[in-house]
Design a protein around this ligand. Structure first.
Ligand code: BGC
Length: 246
């Protein structure tokens, strides 16, 4: 069975049909630039374009960078504030003509890792942390997701909101060396570990591809590994949302 997986992000909206049995992309990934301002109507139009690019008629799964509860967007940390309260599944169904399931983007990436990547058969508590414009999290207990954990919004005592201190966008904006950024990220990891004691931490987002640059600076109790599915985890996991959540 194939599902069209779409990863909605701050700079790009990416998608590909995903083979649910293997977790492989069944076609070449297609990317469109996220419209600015990224209002619900503008994003829905772009998602419609992406669906038409694949001439897709069937279920669609979307990862979305906010808390999504029962098809409704509840927060807007890094997205247009008009999204709060938006019935995103209905909006995208109308824009695409397809049934659409939407889940948090980090939850999607984590689901892909747990099903097809590093978290496979990993017992205990697995935490996926996605690092990009913001910091996303997905928490699994023996493979089962606790949705919408939002651990990127943990408040660090002296540093403030974690994602405003240690996201990849902050590294870029402040032009931090890998060592300096890792030092910040370690403060975050220490806080997360103190509260959740994960058995394994998987890092996702674009920065997972550059793990070799900063691995030597990371400090943690649990092993920290880069996502096996790298940047495709968001698309693959979005497709899984249709089965698991829709
Ligand atoms: C949002 C999360 C999202 C993360 C990564 C955060 O700002 O609150 O919902 O998963 O960014 O996109």
């Amino acid at each position: 069975m194939k599902i069209l997986g779409i990863d909605i992000g701050g700079s790009g909206i990416k998608g590909a049909p995903v083979d649910l049995a293997s977790g492989a992309l069944a076609d070449e990934r297609y990317r469109l630039t996220t419209p600015q301002p990224a209002t619900p109507q503008a994003v829905a139009k772009t998602v419609g374009k992406l669906v038409r690019h694949f001439k897709w008629q069937g279920p669609v799964g979307c990862g979305f960078p906010a808390v999504v509860q029962n098809g409704v967007v509840r927060t807007a940390a890094n997205i247009h504030s008009n999204w709060v309260g938006c019935t995103v599944e209905k909006l995208l169904r109308e824009a695409t003509g397809c049934p659409v399931s939407v889940i948090n983007d980090a939850d999607a990436a984590g689901m892909a890792e747990v099903r097809f990547g590093l978290g496979q058969d990993h017992p205990g508590v697995v935490l996926m942390v996605t690092i990009g414009t913001g910091i996303g999290s997905a928490l699994f207990v023996n493979g089962r997701l606790v949705p919408n954990t939002e651990l990127g919004h943990l408040f660090l005592k002296d540093e403030g909101i974690a994602e405003d201190y240690a996201a990849d966008s902050v590294r870029k904006k402040k032009d931090l060396s890998w060592k300096k950024w890792a030092k910040r990220f370690n403060v975050y990891l220490a806080e997360v570990e103190k509260l959740f004691w994960p058995d394994m931490i998987v890092l996702g987002g674009g920065i997972s591809k550059r793990f070799d640059n900063y691995a030597k600076y990371l400090k943690s109790e649990a092993p920290v590994k880069p996502a096996a599915l790298l940047n495709e985890a968001g698309i693959i996991g979005a497709a899984l949302a249709v089965q698991d959540v829709g």
